[in-house]
Design a protein around this ligand. Structure first.
Ligand code: AMP
Length: 223
């Protein structure tokens, strides 16, 4: 059976981690609009130049652009047997557009998973997140620090300094959370009305959360 799954939650709630685990287990593509947009910015494409300032300031990029990249991505052949959408939809107009895309293809969502975490914890998690620009390894400088201050542990990254995502600085994190509460949280009602929404407390260990999500997907018949 196909599985079409949306993972919702505030920035830092663990959507990316869980989406990657679900995708790996089921062989579905993990579609992260944040990753797609970051790649456009890194490669300085025309879309990248349009969206760079929104991303760096923690604002949402315009709905039409977000919908356009998702329409294109969902049309790819690897999406026929399912996918997990991470970071999309992020507003009611995006959710309506996704509903339309699905109904045009005579498809529907199987599950919407909401990861819940307190704002204070999210600020702490995001502002402590540093990445190796060479290998992509993510460190939490409070709970999972590198062995040498601000340097990647991997031998092949000797001497490489860790960097912080521009949108993980505290003032930007706070504005991303404001945007989440104002613009994305109304999706809880949008999907709640159709009994698609399943809540998972995002404070547990990644393994425990993964198990809970698996149980929900099995119950929904998405596997
Ligand atoms: P993320 O990695 O999911 O936290 O996304 C990083 C940034 O990409 C967000 O703060 C937005 O600027 C942009 N972004 C990602 N997904 C969307 C979306 N569905 N709609 C609008 N902006 C998005």
């Amino acid at each position: 059976m196909a599985g079409r799954v949306v993972i919702l939650g505030a920035p830092g709630a663990g959507k990316g981690t869980q989406a990657r685990r679900v995708a790996r287990k089921h062989g579905w593509p993990h579609i992260s609009t944040g990753d797609i947009f970051r790649s456009h910015v890194d490669h300085k494409t025309a879309i990248g130049q349009k969206i760079e300032s929104y991303m760096h300031s923690g604002q949402l990029v315009p709905d039409d652009l977000a919908c356009q990249i998702v329409v294109e991505r969902l049309a790819a052949p690897d999406c026929t047997s399912g996918y997990i959408l991470d970071g999309f939809p992020r507003s009611v107009p995006q959710a309506e557009s996704l509903d339309q895309m699905l109904s045009d293809r005579h498809e529907s969502l199987d599950a919407v998973i909401l990861l819940t975490v307190d704002d204070d914890e999210l600020v702490e998690r995001l502002t402590s997140r540093w990445t190796c620009p060479h290998c992509g390894k993510i460190y939490n400088v409070k709970f999972n620090p590198p062995k040498r201050e601000n340097q990647c542990d991997k031998p092949e990254c000797e001497g490489v300094r860790l960097v912080q995502r521009e949108d993980d600085r505290e003032d930007t994190v706070r504005s991303r959370l404001r945007v989440y509460h104002e613009t994305t949280e109304p999706l809880i009602q949008h999907y709640g009305r159709r009994s698609l929404l399943q809540r998972v407390a995002g404070g547990a260990s990644p393994e425990a959360i993964e198990q809970e999500i698996e149980g929900m997907l099995t119950a929904q018949g998405a596997s």
